[in-house]
Design a protein around this ligand. Sequence first.
Ligand SMILES: Nc1ncnc2c1ncn2[C@@H]1O[C@H](COP(=O)(O)OP(=O)(O)OP(=O)(O)O)[C@@H](O)[C@H]1O
Length: 255
Amino acid sequence: MDIRLEGISHHYDDFEVLRDVTLDIPAGQIVCIVGPSGCGKSTLLRFIGGLERPRSGRVVQLGQAPEGCLNPLTYIFQDFALLPWRSVAGNVSLVLEDHGIRGTAAREIIEDVLARTKLTDFAKALPKQLSGGMKQRVAIARALAVNPAVMLMDEPLSALDSQTRELLMDDLVDLWSRQPFTAVYVTHNLAEAVRLGHKVVVLSRRPGQIQEIVEIEKPLPAREFGDPELDEPQRYLWRLMREEARAADAELMDV
Ligand SMILES: Nc1ncnc2c1ncn2[C@@H]1O[C@H](COP(=O)(O)OP(=O)(O)OP(=O)(O)O)[C@@H](O)[C@H]1O
């Protein structure tokens, strides 16, 4: 299933947040959204997920969700949002229980997603026994369990230290390489954007408008930590963003 955003504009009272955002999110691609603080990235993600409606424009779903999809648009948040009293497997099971899937059918899905996220040996552990990176892998496993058409990822690595972020990026690349998924990935971090994005959408400062869409040509599975070929697109993105980020920063200080 592809997603198309058509002319999305939004304001809260007279506070304009987004202006005329039109964007295609093709199935099987990771689309990163970057832009200065407060430019409307998370708001855009909420519109895609149907949590809120824009004042004008629309989000169109094109084509069918994948077979076995229980929830076409599934969020992954930066704070993991795990139930502390449930084990790793129990947290994944929860989203299946919500859809009445129990017993063998649930066990098969849970085994599959835990294997894909390298969590098989931790199925019985509780969240408090896990590092931040492991917790986020549980959240990713839980999202994969509903076989979503699109994963909506709002700064999923920003609560983690830099080494853990690198490990999780390796995991996400590995996961995508074995079985491509579709994601909209909001981040402040340009290194993450060039490592994970098939395309990177640069929003201007608020009201967020698309400044440019930068395609990252190198195939995702071939990108590595510290890849010199990603330096140039990262520098280019920063050049695009620098003045907007500076202006947004000054705006926030004036409030
Ligand atoms: N429900 C709301 N009511 C009023 N203003 C809102 C609401 N939600 C968001 N905003 C404002 O809209 C602007 C865009 O917010 P949003 O969280 O989408 O930006 P962002 O680009 O994700 O920011 P950041 O990078 O800092 O996370 C911000 O100024 C925010 O304060």
